[in-house]
Design a binder for this molecule. Structure first.
Ligand code: TYD
Ligand code: MG
Length: 469
């Protein structure tokens, strides 16, 4: 059978079909199939045009002796997330919803690097040169030596970048607006985005420039269309905002040259993005003191301690199947904590709707948050508020035991720094020498039943007064 000349590629997930479909078989997206030239795919060409070239092999040990050179921007929140600066010859994808501040962040980073003497090129495929200039002016960066162009042809861009001193950093804003002549489909389609990214990655590796690709993501958090780019690049960084607030979180989703558990915290101001050096204070601001159902978790984000409030609401359910709604935490983890509270502390939560919320739009993935979540749940159930000057951390085992977690010193120190006086921690931690946090009294807790007794007193009282304990 003769090969078809075109295929249909889902613009949401990149799945390939031979015939047009209204709904993608792979991801279920409607109206996402677009016709693309078949030659775009890997293996589409049956016979290679030339014979294979023999290349030299090198020792693994010898190649990796030196750490890759880094371009330090001086914006500490950014540098930490990317692992200590941009790596020469690497490609980074910065994803985020439109309007979140990607261009703003990159203009600031470019200006900072240019001020340190690096050659920096900013290619805007979305905005006219005047718009980019206007933004820079607003950011107080009118005088910086960032080279600027409004272009979208990848061939032209690569040719231009090949002239003169090799740029240390190239920003492509955004990859969705780029197009290459090697592909016939329209800009923004999966085929174009993939081919354009490939060409720019080739340029980065050959020239040794660090290249940043900006990618817009859809509401459900997927990098629209160019999800296919995610596995081609060296690092994927996402820039997220919290609805209604000016808080912005920079987060590494993948990084071949750095950690993936660090976050960078920024605030969008009238003069661009400002670094938030002490995010705990920010996450705890606006906290209602001594409200039932709120517990402060002394957490860690990568290498940095971060205090955040965990809020729970336990309410009588009118439904046959009670609701469980979780924001910023893992639903399965909530189910586990509820099961342990039931089995080992006798709290029957089956007839309650349960809402759990990590304040400030943060996502907590650490098991160390178990104890704080359990404290918030018990506090809401009993209607007794927790001490406002107390923090919590500890992992809850299925047996009901409270297990120690890593970095207890850093957590306690951060809590003490923010004016907390007490901490409820795993027993094993409380026994240790607390030289790191002299102003803090830490109380040990060995079992979940101790936590419940501590909050509810000797006789647990159900909310509303009439329920059975
Ligand atoms: P932008 O960087 O253009 O977002 P993206 O590139 O992710 O689409 O940011 C646009 C938003 O940021 C816009 O709503 C205005 C706001 N903003 C400020 O609040 N302060 C500033 O100094 C700047 C430059 C933008
Ligand atoms: Mg932009």
């Amino acid at each position: 059978m003769a090969k078809p000349h075109t295929t249909f590629v889902c613009q949401a997930c990149g799945a390939v079909a031979q015939r047009w479909q209204g709904r993608c078989d792979a991801c279920g997206a409607w109206n996402a199939m677009a016709e693309e030239a078949a030659a775009a795919g890997i293996g589409a060409q049956a016979r290679p045009r030339r014979k294979g070239r023999v290349f030299g092999l090198t020792d693994l040990g010898a190649a990796g002796q030196q750490a890759p050179p880094r371009l330090v921007t001086g914006i500490a929140e950014l540098d930490r997330v990317i692992g200590g600066g941009f790596v020469a010859g690497s490609v980074l994808l910065l994803g985020g919803e439109p309007g979140i501040g990607k261009s703003t962040l990159l203009v600031q980073a470019c200006a900072s690097l240019a001020a340190r003497g690096a050659r920096v090129v900013y290619i805007s495929g979305e905005e006219a040169i005047d718009q980019v200039r206007l933004r820079a002016l607003r950011l107080g960066l009118g005088e910086v030596k960032v080279e600027l162009a409004a272009e979208s042809s990848v061939e032209d861009i690569v040719a231009t970048l090949g002239h003169g001193r090799t740029p240390a950093l190239v920003v492509i804003d955004s990859i969705q607006t780029m197009w290459t002549e090697t592909i016939e489909s329209a800009p923004g389609t999966v085929g174009q985005v993939r081919a354009a990214a490939q060409a720019l990655i080739r340029f980065a590796k050959a020239a040794g420039s660090a290249v940043i690709l900006v990618g817009h993501v859809t509401k459900d958090g997927q990098i629209a269309g160019p999800r296919v780019v995610e596995h081609m690049v060296d690092a994927v960084i996402s820039f997220e905002g919290e609805g209604g607030r000016d808080l912005r979180l920079l987060r590494a989703m993948k990084n071949r040259f750095g950690p993936t558990d660090e976050i960078g915290v920024f605030e969008m101001t009238g003069r661009g993005l400002a670094e938030v050096a002490n995010p705990s204070a920010l996450f705890l601001s606006g906290r209602e003191r001594a409200a039932p159902g709120a517990a402060v978790f002394a957490g860690m984000e990568g290498s940095r301690p971060l205090l955040v409030e965990i809020q729970a609401l336990v309410a009588q359910s009118a439904l046959g199947t009670p609701r469980r709604a979780v924001v910023g935490w893992d639903t399965a983890r909530l189910a586990t904590v509820l099961a342990v509270l039931d089995a080992h502390a006798g709290l029957r939560l089956g007839q309650y709707d349960i809402y759990l919320n990590v304040a400030g739009g943060l996502r907590v993935a650490e098991p160390a948050a178990d104890l704080a979540a359990a404290a918030a749940l018990v506090s809401s159930l009993t209607g007794r508020s927790l001490p406002a000057d107390q923090v919590y951390f500890g992992e809850i085992a299925l047996s009901g035991a409270i297990r120690p977690v890593a970095h207890e010193r850093a957590r306690l120190k951060e809590a003490a720094k923010l004016g907390f006086a007490r901490a409820l921690v795993p027993r094993a931690v409380a026994g240790k020498d607390e030289a790191g946090a002299p102003d803090l009294i830490s109380k040990g807790c060995a079992h979940i039943s101790e936590l419940v007794a501590e909050i509810a007193g000797a006789r647990p009282r159900q909310r509303g007064g009439e329920g059975t304990a």
